[in-house]
Design a protein around this ligand. Structure first.
Ligand SMILES: NC(=O)c1ccc[n+]([C@@H]2O[C@H](COP(=O)([O-])OP(=O)(O)OC[C@H]3O[C@@H](n4cnc5c(N)ncnc54)[C@H](O)[C@@H]3O)[C@@H](O)[C@H]2O)c1
Length: 231
């Protein structure tokens, strides 16, 4: 990625960066269906966001739609893929090949999003020399040597929570500059290190909360109906 490209990306607000992959996924679907043009209103309807928000988000990626016709779908897909860094594969090491780490190594979808896990590291000796989805697993002791050979600077952290800080320090000392942290521990890192904390559980809480809101609404409706009948 060029410096110019990365300096543009840093100015993009995080919520926009989180929405762009949704637009891309929808544009890819439309492209498959053979459509040539796509409007921001169409995108907005399908993603359930505001059309003006879609247009604003897309203004960050330097693509302009044609009045009344919309965006050229092929161009939109290409630009979004390149912008999000999905076209150039980023290679990563994974630390902690347990149930979550193993599942991530099994997931072929990650590569579509530009991340390729090329090796896993663990402290369990019985895992050394084995592989998951053709990705080799090594003992953690071999990390520095393999980092020096490959120059890989992204690390996926899936170790037990009480090991998160210690392993992240080993990762950083060995040359990792960006950590995708799946542990619930808020690791402390030097300023120049990028950390992205990710939790699938956070989204669960949102889903439960919305479900409860629906239930509360239904309860209110039932109570209202009873009141009406009593009147
Ligand atoms: N973010 C999420 O949504 C999410 C979801 C599930 C689990 N988690 C978290 O992911 C982490 C892993 O969970 P899991 O269920 O896969 O646990 P697990 O016990 O199945 O796997 C952990 C692995 O880390 C290895 N390990 C331990 N110490 C290590 C070290 N110093 N260096 C390298 N590897 C080491 C273990 O040998 C084991 O193979 C936990 O912190 C858990 O809380 C997060």
């Amino acid at each position: 990625m060029s410096n110019l490209h990365s300096s543009i990306q840093f100015k993009v607000p995080e919520p926009t960066l989180r929405r762009l992959p949704w637009y891309l996924a929808y544009a890819q679907l439309v492209l498959k269906e053979g459509e040539l043009y796509l409007s921001s209103t169409q995108i907005a309807k399908n993603i359930a966001v505001d059309a003006s928000m879609v247009a604003k988000d897309l203004s960050y990626v330097n693509i302009s739609g044609r009045t009344r016709v919309g965006y050229d779908v092929k161009e939109l897909v290409g630009i979004l893929e390149a912008f999000l860094g999905f076209t150039n594969s980023h290679k990563a090491f994974l630390f902690g090949v347990g149930s979550l780490g193993g599942a991530l190594m099994h997931d072929n979808g990650l590569e579509q999003f530009g991340l390729e896990i090329v090796a896993g590291f663990d402290v369990k000796y019985e895992l050394s020399g084995t592989s998951i989805n053709r990705i080799p697993i090594h003992h953690l002791d071999r990390f520095v040597e393999l980092q020096q050979q490959t120059g890989i600077n992204i690390g996926v952290l899936t170790v037990p929570v009480d090991k998160a800080q210690m392993v992240s320090e080993i990762m950083i000392a060995g040359g990792i500059q960006a950590i995708w942290n799946f542990t619930p521990f808020r690791i402390r890192v030097p300023e120049n290190i990028i950390v992205q904390n990710t939790s699938i559980y956070a989204h669960l809480a949102v889903m439960f909360n919305r479900l409860n809101a629906i239930k509360e609404d239904e309860k209110k409706k039932i109570l209202n109906q009873r009141h009406q009948k009593l009147k």
